[in-house]
Design a protein around this ligand. Structure first.
Ligand SMILES: Nc1ncnc2c1ncn2[C@@H]1O[C@H](COP(=O)(O)OP(=O)(O)O)[C@@H](O)[C@H]1O
Ligand SMILES: [Mg+2]
Length: 149
């Protein structure tokens, strides 16, 4: 995988990055988002949703595990696996991960490791203090990487 590191100085900049990602990512793309609570994972997803022209408000689906937005240009599948930490039950998420016409984003992917294809892109966000975030993208998608540079 190739790596790109970006410093974001505001929630808005992180949303803009999300928008670019949505524009560059081919249908079927999967993004695993890691980072502490409050790092900015859902903020990035909001940017992705905006670029897809999704009007509904994107919230952390912690209590839903999965939410699919069908009202935009492409479906957005938003998974938050946090509550699956100690769960070993198959709830059928694999049907939606990598949904072929959509974009899949997964918060807390480590809890459903066995369901995530190797082709998934990885984005890690580290809070550097105040509004500063280090966003590291690991990907095999050269188009995405070049487009973000
Ligand atoms: N550069 C930044 N990028 C993303 N979020 C930021 C940034 N600076 C400040 N924030 C704030 O940090 C919080 C991130 O929350 P959220 O996106 O829900 O995090 P997570 O989903 O990782 O728990 C928001 O309140 C957002 O406004
Ligand atoms: Mg979140």
């Amino acid at each position: 995988m190739k790596q790109l590191e970006i410093i974001s100085s505001s929630a808005n900049e992180t949303m803009e990055l999300g928008k670019k990602i949505a524009e560059l990512a081919p249908a079927g793309s999967i993004f695993c988002l890691t980072g502490d609570l409050g790092a900015g994972k859902t903020t990035l997803v909001r940017g992705i949703a905006q670029a897809l022209n999704i009007k509904s408000v994107v919230q952390s689906p912690t209590f839903n595990i999965m939410k699919i937005y069908f009202d935009g240009i492409k479906p957005l599948i938003h998974i938050d696996a946090y509550r699956l930490a100690d769960v070993d039950t198959d709830i059928g998420l694999d049907e939606y991960i990598g949904y072929e016409t959509g974009i899949t984003v997964i918060e807390w992917p480590m809890y459903i490791d066995n369901l995530i294809p190797e082709t998934a892109n990885e984005i890690n966000i580290v809070n550097l203090g105040n509004d500063s975030r280090r966003i590291t993208i690991n990907t095999n998608d050269d188009g995405l990487l070049e487009g973000l540079k």
